[in-house]
Design a binder for this molecule. Structure first.
Ligand SMILES: Cc1ncc(COP(=O)(O)O)c(C=O)c1O
Length: 383
């Protein structure tokens, strides 16, 4: 047998290749091509870690992929909320925090709890209004220490200008965290736009199959990454190796899933806009979206989640969600299956959100089947 020429490995940098090939074990004869599930709470002494809360080989492989995709060092947590709370744990007493008026409910509620307990001063802001953002970051001579935004916001699908917000934060020494759950790194890279930290609910699009809970924080600041790891160690919010394996397996198909789900979202958004029972559709892929241009400038696509408001009252919107037969009437987003829900069914949801607002997380099914299902559910309101 002729020995193959020995070659330097290809130096890959494209997201679709990183998703597939990042975090693989070394290529040794008869070694596995997939990262095994390393189920071991403790590790042999002599290394820098020693225990699963600090280091696990399966989680490390996943963190390598997420880190490469976002352009920083990733630390995983047992849920998106655990990752968010690891950041909140770094807020100095009485510090000023600026956050989006519309954020994921859990984040909003937790920030309000911290403010009500006088541990932070919370300034809520419309993240699409850059004058309001500047004013909130520096008000009455007191500067914010952290700014927390989502873009798009959940569930209003508003778009904040990440580059401009990051520039304002850099001017005054505030740290910007961007929850990138909705877009995933294959559509938006907040660190490259100037953010200090990216937060993910890995539960959603990154893992993509609605079969685990996980969170991640990513930063290019080495000291901050160390602090995040210490939060995981001390707060104990560490994922299991099995969930690490599932998330890594999900990430392998990230690009093709997002391409397909986004294609479906665009078509459904356009058709919803023309349906007589729909008042308004919120989706940055529609030219009429308030911040469509900002979205175009900072993302490589409009994403897989949209929301829309129906005619009539809450009971009509609820009826639509309860009448679908192919889509699932369920919360969450980013999975291969399409999910639909009326957000105000949750008592903790922001009361400024319309009672008839429905969030639609588009999956990868055939779009004609999805539309047939949704149109039939909406048509019930015509009777
Ligand atoms: C945008 C966003 N951020 C954070 C979270 C919280 O993530 P987890 O459910 O993994 O704790 C969610 C959950 O829905 C979310 O939608």
């Amino acid at each position: 047998m002729v020995a193959p020429d020995s070659r330097e490995p290809v130096d890959f940098s494209h997201d679709d290749t990183i998703s597939v090939h990042g975090g693989r074990p070394p290529r040794v004869p008869d070694g596995p091509i997939n990262q095994p599930i390393v189920a071991s709470s403790t590790l042999h002494a002599g290394g820098p870690f020693g225990y699963h809360r600090e280091y696990n080989e399966t989680l490390n492989a996943l963190e390598n992929v997420i880190g490469q995709l976002e352009g920083g060092t990733a630390v995983t947590f047992s849920s998106g909320m655990a990752a968010a709370n690891a950041v909140f744990d770094l807020f100095a007493p009485q510090s000023v925090i600026v956050a989006s008026k519309f954020s994921y409910t859990g984040v909003s509620v937790r920030l309000r709890e911290l403010a009500d307990a006088h541990r932070i001063t919370l300034r809520l802001v419309d993240i699409t209004d850059m004058d309001a953002m500047r004013e909130a970051i520096h008000r009455d001579g007191i500067t914010a220490s952290w700014v927390w935004i989502e873009s798009p916001t959940n569930p209003m699908i508003e778009i904040g200008d990440i580059r401009a917000t990051a520039a304002m934060c850099h001017e005054v020494g505030a740290r910007l965290v961007v929850d990138n759950t909705f877009m995933t790194p294959v559509r938006q890279k907040p660190l490259a736009l100037g953010a200090h930290v990216v937060m993910h609910s890995v539960t959603k699009g990154l893992s993509g199959h609605s079969d685990l809970l996980m969170g991640a924080l990513v930063t290019a600041d080495h000291e901050l990454a160390e602090e995040f790891l210490m939060r995981r160690v001390l707060l104990g919010a560490v994922p299991s190796a099995f969930d690490g394996f599932l998330a890594l397996r999900g990430i392998r198909t990230l690009n093709v899933r997002i391409d397909r789900a986004e294609h479906n979202a665009q078509i459904l958004a356009e058709r919803l806009q023309d349906h007589p029972c729909v008042r308004v559709v919120h989706y940055p892929g529609l030219p009429g979206h308030k911040n469509a241009q900002v979205a175009k400038d900072q993302t490589s696509g409009p994403g897989t989640v949209l929301s829309f408001e129906t005619i009539g009252g809450p009971e009509d919107a609820q009826r639509v969600c309860e009448s679908v037969t192919l889509m699932s009437h369920a919360t969450s987003l980013g999975g291969v299956e399409t999910l639909i829900e009326r957000r105000r069914r949750w008592p903790a949801e922001n009361p400024e959100i319309s009672e008839t607002l429905i969030r639609l997380s588009c999956g990868i099914e055939n779009v004609e089947d999805l539309w047939a299902d949704l149109r039939a559910a909406l048509d019930l309101l015509l009777r």
